[in-house]
Design a protein around this ligand. Structure first.
Ligand code: NAD
Length: 253
């Protein structure tokens, strides 16, 4: 049976771990050809092996999404290898320090904004430039429920993720007439190394997260990946400009 992403040339950032890796495997299952990007070579190579075992054509390009030159080189490599770019999942991100707003250092603020917001914008800039030449394309950015509502002790992360939701809407309007759809996923807490690291520092958070979730559980990375695959596919042809919660009902409360 044909996959929903059959023949789609797709780039995924932050593909070496967590949500990016799970999504890469779902894209492979759904027939996409992949360009995997991550700042960490080892994780990226591991995911590359996994998607190849699933039968996908794929390459890995070591990329720091906060560096314009590296992002431009990534998209150039996609086009050089496959001739086009159909789908992009701009997902690379980092957590910030657990601090109140007045305690956040300029260094932490700049680092989180550089990866989580500027990184997404730089990727969109290069991807949209290519997609305009083709007259089509689909982009999904990773925001967060913290891009839709406030949360304490994560000022830079919350600001960056609201920024991702904002640029997703703005760009969706700009390119809707050019055949380019742009959406975002806004996950609630998802079991990935990013979250496990946070739980190690603050064990009380895990229980608090579970209690605050309508389904009384934390999400799995595959549950985000399935939403991303659908949003990137032609089945979501009338969807654009949506920061979509993937949150077990959290935002409905
Ligand atoms: P993760 O740490 O498992 O994976 C993130 C990946 O991004 C890693 O492989 C890391 O090497 C890569 N990365 C970090 N900085 C990079 C850079 N500058 N350039 C390229 N790659 C870089 O985390 P995850 O939970 O899978 O997070 C993926 C995305 O989902 C992030 O944007 C995160 O903010 C978002 N998110 C996560 C959760 C959660 O609870 N896990 C919830 C909402 C949103």
């Amino acid at each position: 049976m044909a996959g929903i992403l059959d023949g789609k040339i797709s780039v995924i950032t932050g593909a070496g771990s967590g949500i990016g890796r799970a999504t890469a495997k779902i894209f492979a299952r759904e027939g996409a050809s992949l360009v995997l990007a991550d700042i960490i070579e080892e994780g990226g190579q591991e995911t590359l092996q996994m998607v190849k075992e699933l039968g996908a054509a794929a390459i890995f390009v070591k990329t720091d999404v906060s560096k314009a030159q590296e992002v431009d080189a990534l998209v150039a490599k996609v086009v050089e290898t496959y001739g086009q770019l159909d789908c992009a999942f701009n997902n690379a991100g980092i957590g910030g320090k657990s601090v109140l707003t007045h305690e956040c250092s300029e260094e932490d603020w700049n680092r989180v904004l550089a990866v989580n917001l500027t990184g997404v914008w730089l990727c969109m800039k290069a991807e949209i430039t290519q997609m305009l030449k083709q007259g089509k394309g689909a982009i999904v950015n990773t925001s967060s429920i913290m891009g839709l509502t406030g949360a304490i002790r994560v000022p830079a992360y919350t600001a960056a993720k609201h920024g991702v939701a904002g640029i997703t809407k703005a760009a969706a309007l700009e390119y809707a007439r050019h055949g380019i759809r742009i959406n975002a996923v806004c996950p609630a807490p998802i079991y990935t190394p990013l979250l496990v690291k946070a739980f190690e520092k603050r064990p009380d958070i895990e229980e608090r997260y579970v209690r605050s979730e309508p389904m009384k559980r934390i999400g799995q990375p595959e549950e985000v990946g399935e939403a991303v695959a659908w949003l990137c596919s032609d089945r979501a042809s009338y969807m654009t400009g949506l920061p979509m919660p993937v949150d077990g009902g959290y935002m409905a409360q």
